[in-house]
Design a protein around this ligand. Structure first.
Ligand code: ADP
Length: 625
């Protein structure tokens, strides 16, 4: 049965897909393929040096036995071998050097793509499914982009093997059996020779054809393997390596439930489609391939021995012809096998390119958003509604509001009421489904994206720090203004902790890269994230639940210092703790994706049937003095 997708890819498309893979990797790792070419061509050709000279030596030994000629032949053989080995070793060094890090360059291609995607696509589950499928194909069975390296090596090897073998075996077909050899003179007949060549080609083709057929079961079973590989990757790689899981593992003996899922006998056992195929048709095709390979060797031996027996050439040439015709058949088989496998690999490359070709659909404007010294920015949401991609419900509905330079704006509301979504739209991580967002009267879509983004410093709830020195974390750069970093850390409230750090702002966070690295608590990490936002010095500073991980004292300190922290920036402060809003000029109350109230604390709390009043009194016990 033919795989239905496999029929759709033409040979030209298969070649084009691999050419693209070649160019992609070549761009990331220049000269890597030159290294492969040099090494594999030498790999293919060096054995022929011995084959050729050994035949001459044996012929001389079995013939004239001239000592001077023999001595010269041995010397030439040694020198030729030494030179060939030297060139091959040099080529290998060059190849290894150029292949260094090739694996990571492939990962870089995938990583760069993820970073260049529109955020809405990064957030899309389908993107993650594709990305994880690409990785699984690559890592677990070496199918996809990286396989071009194997193909390139093997194709170079096979082509040079064929060239060398043809050069050494042509005379097998041209040297004639003497006329007096009786019935053996049939070996000279052009039709016999033609039949022989055809038989050799046919059997040579059959072996790799069967092997490719066996390989096609990888494609057919890919779907079944997808979930199994995911389970294996999650439990085998992620869970076992993630030290953050260690506490829960111990407290709840999670290993028991993990082991139930991560039973390799179950995941990759008898029920697996690939195992079933290997025990059935896939195994049969592989065995048949081996049978044809053996048959081929038999035919070669028979033909060469018959010609030698009939006196077409000496005994030394028997070794040359057997070795070269066998190498010719191997070279052809390898060439055909790899061309066949390229067809199988095209199925996997299709997934890789589906991922790499996810388009950037967001409109990129051209207007500049220069950082104005006067920070005179006005932002307006004009009847904005928004649905997340692939969902039917509105996360925001008819949101209209304006905020001006230097304002302290708070956004409050229950969980899921749309606060973070509002910020994501403001930062243009998504475009509104309906309505528009304006900066100084112009739709934000018309601004250059990167420049527009640079006017915001956001501390998201799920921010991440890097296991790098504290200063580099704050500045997000290797070269930075040390004084400014220190100042931002102190402003954000990290001063006391900083004094205790042995290497100051050069102290590594976490232990990944330094044994003396410092593990910071959730609250401390949040303060560092606030310092990072301050260092960025953008006119808008947005804090999304910035105090969620802080203890009450630290939280009170952040509030007390907030005006100083924010200085002349326009700040937007998201919280479900209403105490944090009192100092804000304006409060937006979100409920079910709508702004239901707007005003300052005193006016809002006075509206007794309002949402704010309700929320305030629900939390009042925590705040009232
Ligand atoms: P809040 O910040 O007020 O807690 P959010 O803005 O995060 O609320 O969420 C508003 C609504 O949008 C919720 O119903 C939430 O489930 C939904 N939502 C949030 N993020 C996504 C997403 N990436 N895809 C689909 N729905 C989402």
């Amino acid at each position: 049965m033919k795989h239905k997708n496999q029929d759709k890819i033409s040979v030209i498309t298969v070649l084009k897909m691999h050419w693209r893979a070649f160019k992609l990797l070549d761009r990331e790792a220049p000269l890597m393929f030159l290294g492969s070419f040099l090494h594999e061509s030498m790999n293919a050709l060096t054995p022929y040096v011995n084959v050729y000279f050994s035949a001459l030596i044996i012929n001389e030994l079995a013939g004239d036995r001239n000592p001077e000629k023999l001595w010269k032949l041995v010397l030439i053989t040694l020198i030729a071998n030494a030179v060939a080995a030297l060139i091959k070793a040099g080529a290998k060094c060059f190849k290894n050097w150029k292949h260094e890090g090739g694996w990571w360059q492939r990962e870089k291609i995938y990583g760069d793509k993820l970073l260049s995607l529109d955020y809405c696509d990064v957030d899309d589950q389908r993107t993650h499914n594709l990305r994880s499928q690409v990785s699984q194909n690559d890592n677990l069975s070496q199918w996809g982009l990286y396989r071009i390296k194997i193909f390139f090596d093997q194709l170079t090897l096979s082509v040079f093997k064929i060239i060398g073998a043809v050069a050494l075996s042509v005379s097998l077909f041209t040297l004639k059996v003497p006329e007096g050899a009786g019935v053996f003179t049939v070996l000279n007949h052009p039709l016999f020779l033609l039949g022989m060549v055809l038989a050799l080609l046919c059997v040579t083709w059959l072996a790799p054809a069967c092997s490719t057929k066996a390989g096609s079961y990888w494609v057919k079973t890919a779907e079944d393997m997808k979930q199994r590989n995911r389970i294996s990757y999650f439990f085998g790689e992620e869970v076992s390596r993630d030290r953050n899981r260690d506490l829960d593992m111990r407290m709840y003996s999670q290993q028991d439930i993990c082991e139930r899922y991560y039973d390799t006998a179950d995941i990759f056992g008898k029920k697996t489609a690939i195992v079933k195929a290997a025990a059935g048709p896939m195994g049969a095709w592989s065995a048949l391939s081996a049978v044809f390979s053996t048959l081929l060797t038999g035919i070669i031996y028979l033909f060469v021995c018959l010609k030698a027996w009939a006196g077409a050439f000496g005994v030394g040439s028997v070794t040359q012809y057997i070795a070269s015709v066998t190498a010719l058949a191997q070279g052809l088989a390898m060439l055909l096998k790899n061309l066949g496998e390229m067809r199988n690999n095209a199925e996997f490359l299709k997934i890789t390119y589906e991922y790499l070709d996810i388009p950037n659909k967001m409109y990129q404007g051209s207007l500049t958003t220069e950082k104005r010294v006067d920070r005179d920015y006005e932002v307006e949401f004009r009847d904005v509604s928004f649905k997340y991609p692939n969902t039917d419900t509105y996360a925001l509905r008819h949101v209209s509001m304006k905020f001006k330079i230097g304002q302290r704006l708070a956004i409050v509301g229950m969980n899921g009421s749309g606060k973070t979504t509002f910020i994501k739209l403001l930062c243009r991580l998504y475009d509104p489904t309906e309505g528009e967002i304006l900066l100084n009267g112009i739709n934000i879509r018309k601004y250059q994206y990167d420049e527009y983004m640079s006017i915001f410093s956001v501390v998201f709830q799920d921010f991440k720090l890097l296991a790098l020195p504290l200063g580099e974390n704050v500045a997000c750069s290797k070269d930075y203004d040390r004084e400014k970093v220190t100042e931002c850390l102190i402003k954000a409230g990290f001063g006391e902790k900083l004094k205790k750090m042995q290497d100051g702002i050069d102290t590594y966070l976490y232990k990944e890269f330094s044994n003396t690295g410092v593990s910071v608590s959730g609250g401390e990490a949040q303060i560092i994230a606030i310092a990072r936002a301050l260092y960025h010095d953008a006119p808008f500073m947005i804090l999304d639940e910035p105090t969620a991980a802080l203890d009450p004292i630290a939280e009170a300190e952040v509030y007390a210092r907030f005006n100083e922290i924010a200085s002349d920036k326009t700040t937007i402060y998201i919280s479900h703790r209403l105490s944090s809003c009192r100092f804000c000029d304006e409060i937006l109350v979100f409920d079910n994706g709508r702004i239901v109230q707007q005003g300052n604390h005193d006016t809002l709390v006075a509206v007794e049937d309002g949402k704010y009043h309700q929320l305030w009194h629900a939390q009042a016990q925590y705040y009232q003095k």
